[in-house]
Write a protein that binds this ligand. Structure first.
Ligand code: HGY
Ligand code: MN
Ligand code: MN
Length: 418
């Protein structure tokens, strides 16, 4: 383990970088940094500078906006160990979701550079831009590009302002025609490691700063549109209405009931828009989203089918029209046993009880699993709060996580040499 400077400096340096990125937003009053937005470009440029200053030998922003920093291995043709996460955020976001994994990778390079260490493999530090999939109906597009599973149809998706993914990418300075070549050669990749806040309460409950992820829950997302008949709120008798909002409301409650049926499944309606959205007009149309997840794919799919059927039954009874459009389906994703072991042994070497736990949240690691073995290290966050400006992870936990990541990487290096 390189004698990186004093124990707190890794955490301090990471925290400083997190706070710098927290200040880059498209919204004046909160942290909102959507994929391919002006603040995403600004954050990508800031991360590029951080990677350069930390000691990466090369840094670039690729055709899809991912920042890629490389710290070369001893041999020019050394395989690569990928370390990364995302710098896009949800709306009114916290300061750690995603960016923590990027600054952790940068901290590892900085410690190795300061110790004059070169490994038997290249380290690639990755800052993905489309993990939250909030702006476009996409699905981990930037990490999927590296994994070779990017779906070109994604380029035709449009945001709520009608701007296409393709146009936004061109405006960002990206190259829609150069996405294919981003795919990595699996034979030259050792694995992918991601440090991420837990976004749940387990580590706090267990009084542990870090945990090792066993698997990432599968997820399904749908856009639902309910079409009734707009009408005069004062003249149409209740029994003669085709009210899209009361129909959608019954559907939303059915989502909650069916999501709660099995102990480990969850189902959420995160967005709902009413039209024409006027005080004296019976709603003619409602658009809402479904986010449905679980650790077991068969159980999740059964829940998705039950929720879709419930919506159809309610629509038929209320004589409104229903459309359900899938835009995201990702199976549950196990983490590599060997990378779990490497992380768990590093945790134990730091006198911390290695706790293995699943991830309810999705991550870029799900996409990277198509390319190589994946491993994730969770970091405790206060009360498990995330996707919320109150999201918090302590500097000392962050410091421990980066030191453990560094230790695991050094261990992988010692194994690959032997
Ligand atoms: O929604 C998720 O699970 C992730 O934060 N994008
Ligand atoms: Mn995240
Ligand atoms: Mn998130």
């Amino acid at each position: 383990m390189p004698a990186s400077s004093s124990s707190s400096s890794l955490g301090q340096r990471a925290f400083d970088r997190l706070m710098q990125l927290r200040g880059i937003s498209d919204h004046p009053d909160n942290l909102t940094r959507l994929f391919l937005s002006p603040s995403h470009r600004q954050a990508a440029e800031a991360v590029k500078q951080m990677m350069t200053q930390a000691g990466c030998d090369t840094v670039e922003i690729d055709a899809l906006g991912t920042v890629v920093g490389r710290y070369h291995g001893k041999a020019a043709d050394a395989p690569a160990l990928l370390i990364g996460s995302h710098i896009d955020t949800v709306k009114d976001a916290g300061s750690y979701d995603g960016t923590l994994g990027v600054v952790a990778g940068i901290g590892v390079v900085e410690a190795l550079k300061q110790a004059g260490r070169r490994l038997p493999f290249t380290l690639e530090i990755l800052a993905f831009g489309d993990e939250e999939n909030v702006r476009f109906p996409s699905n981990l597009s930037s990490s999927r590009a590296l994994a070779g599973t990017f779906d070109a149809a994604t380029l035709d998706g449009v945001d709520e302002d009608g701007i296409s993914f393709r146009q936004a990418l061109l405006d960002f300075g990206g190259k829609p025609g150069a996405i294919g070549p981003l795919a990595r050669d699996a034979s030259k990749v050792i694995g992918y490691l991601e440090v991420h806040i837990e976004q749940g309460p387990v580590l706090q409950h267990e009084n542990l700063p870090v945990g090792i992820v066993t698997a990432i829950n599968g997820a399904s997302r749908r856009r639902v549109s309910v079409t009734g008949e707009a009408g005069h709120a004062g003249t149409v008798p209740m029994a003669l209405r085709l009210d899209a909002l009361t129909a959608a409301s019954e559907m939303v409650l059915a989502v909650e009931t069916l999501g709660a049926k099995a102990p480990l499944t969850v189902a959420t309606v995160g967005r709902l828009a009413v039209s024409p959205n006027a005080v004296n007009v019976i709603p003619g149309g409602v658009q809402f989203t479904l986010d449905m997840r679980g650790p077991d794919d068969a159980e999740r799919i059964a829940m998705v089918d039950a929720i879709e059927q419930a919506c159809r039954t309610i629509a038929a009874r209320r004589k409104v029209r229903l459309e359900i459009a899938p835009f995201y389906d990702a199976p549950a994703c196990p983490c590599s046993p060997s990378l779990q072991t490497a992380l768990a042994e590093a945790v134990a070497r730091h006198q911390i009880r290695p706790l293995h736990l699943p991830s309810g949240a999705g991550h870029d690691a799900m996409a990277m699993a198509a390319l190589c073995p994946i491993g994730m290290l969770f970091v405790r966050c206060t009360d498990g709060i995330s996707h919320n400006p109150a999201e918090f992870s302590s500097q000392s936990d962050i410091d421990q996580a980066i030191r453990i990541l560094l230790d695991a990487i050094e261990h992988l290096a010692s194994q690959s040499v032997s």
